[in-house]
Write a protein that binds this ligand. Sequence first.
Ligand SMILES: Cc1cc2nc3c(=O)[nH]c(=O)nc-3n(C[C@H](O)[C@H](O)[C@H](O)COP(=O)(O)OP(=O)(O)OC[C@H]3O[C@@H](n4cnc5c(N)ncnc54)[C@H](O)[C@@H]3O)c2cc1C
Length: 497
Amino acid sequence: MQPASSGHSPAARPSLVWFREDLRIDDHPALAAAAQAGPVCAVYILESGEDLGRPLGGALKWWLHHSLMRLKADLADHEISLILQKGDPRKLIPALAKELGANSVHWNRRYYSWSRPVDVVIKAELTNLGLEVGSHKAQVLTEPWEVKTGAGGAFKVFTPFFRAAQPICDAWAEHAAPAPPLKGHNTYNVHSDTLDDWALLPQAPDWSGGLNETWEPGEAGAQKRLAHFIDKALLGYGEGRNIPSKPATSLLSPHLHFGEISIRRVWNAARKAMRANPTLQQDGQVFLSELGWREFSTQLIYHYEDFPQESWKEAFRSFPWKNDPSAQRAWQRGQTGYPIVDAGMRQLWKTGWMHNRVRMIVASFLVKHLLEDWRVGEAWFWDTLVDADVANNAAGWQWVAGCGADAAPYFRIFNPMSQGEKFDPDGHYVRAWVPELAKLPNKFLHRPFECPTETLRMAGVHLGRTYPLPIVNHEKGRKRALDALASLKQSTTGDLV
Ligand SMILES: Cc1cc2nc3c(=O)[nH]c(=O)nc-3n(C[C@H](O)[C@H](O)[C@H](O)COP(=O)(O)OP(=O)(O)OC[C@H]3O[C@@H](n4cnc5c(N)ncnc54)[C@H](O)[C@@H]3O)c2cc1C
């Protein structure tokens, strides 16, 4: 069958690349395949439709705007103009391919339950039109069907998963490749929205000041982050990654989420550094295993389609969660009266990111001390994190709430005071994000409600006025959580640990 649009000689017919969560040029299998076939057209679709995934949160929208701006400029350097369209890709991609008289269409695979059937429909439609279709592995090192247990099923526990995954990661990462020479195609007459049409940036109020100060979205920013991390922070990562006041982690999560850097490049950079410097072996291995958690989370959402919205352990589905809007609000705003929790929630609000150790503490506080459903926290993170990711976010929350695969047991309840004292012993993190407590001595910084009145006065702290009293007493909150678990145990025979 001939493509509907005629008048293009086969040699001049372009290939269309559908950019999705892969907003880069380097090591981009779909772009490379398209470029090998001839001139390239590029499109990004702001997918909108009921069955087209979860609407983007505010921080993701902010990032997307800037990332697309960078990609547009980077592609323009190769005389490729990035077409922007909004709507249902099932209609837009075939229509665009026809309009361009394209020879082939390429994209990199995604693993969401909603996106896979969309890709199948589009592939069938394009094939019917006589176009070649290429879907490529790019977002992960191991596709969910590549790592299997001895019995051929999906892994439910991280350690054996990663043991089986590592050789595949190593082998696949070797294929990382720069973009081949790129040649554009005239798309002058094709409709493209502008980024401003999409109004992705916050207005009235514009809360993005802290995000602007913290991040450089786009491929160049991602490459700088990786180089800086390997050079300055990989050594000591194993220990340092637990100290939230230290710039000891890579801060690559939003870049990886949007695919501004390929996961192969990140894996290879760590491996290369480890080969060159044997003292990096241990720290490097810890870093690789964190990348492994990203792989594990992706295979969870692939094999268990409800994972992003349902407790993976069925027994947890009737957990007696409370639903207290005022407690939720205090948590969101960093006004719980527990300094390490409040510091984390404020860091999140200001920068769109929170340190992993503190994510675990604030999440535990919400689902245990406050007995709020993990999905309440997951939704807040979805709206506020620049790295909000369907797989990693649900996996993180379910891990903390005890209901996920290979999760921390629910009965293990973090004490927010001792967590603060252990991981922020000098109080640098709390002082940075909860400045009203800055003058308290370290001894009371993580437990201001135990501080003698005179010491509070000298530090300018008036509990209940300048800083809240705890919204729940630690011991009572802990007991209430354990009681809730005990009541659930009585009503189910399912797995709760
Ligand atoms: C409740 C909760 C929610 C979370 N939500 C998200 C989320 O929406 N998006 C997200 O990317 N991460 C999420 N994480 C995982 C982790 O906190 C972040 O990936 C990490 O803090 C990002 O900082 P970094 O890039 O400096 O990490 P690094 O320590 O430098 O790690 C390198 C990369 O490995 C991956 N990674 C690290 N830890 C994990 C992990 N536990 N699970 C999956 N991937 C990991 C990330 O891609 C990260 O960029 C969540 C964790 C928890 C406990």
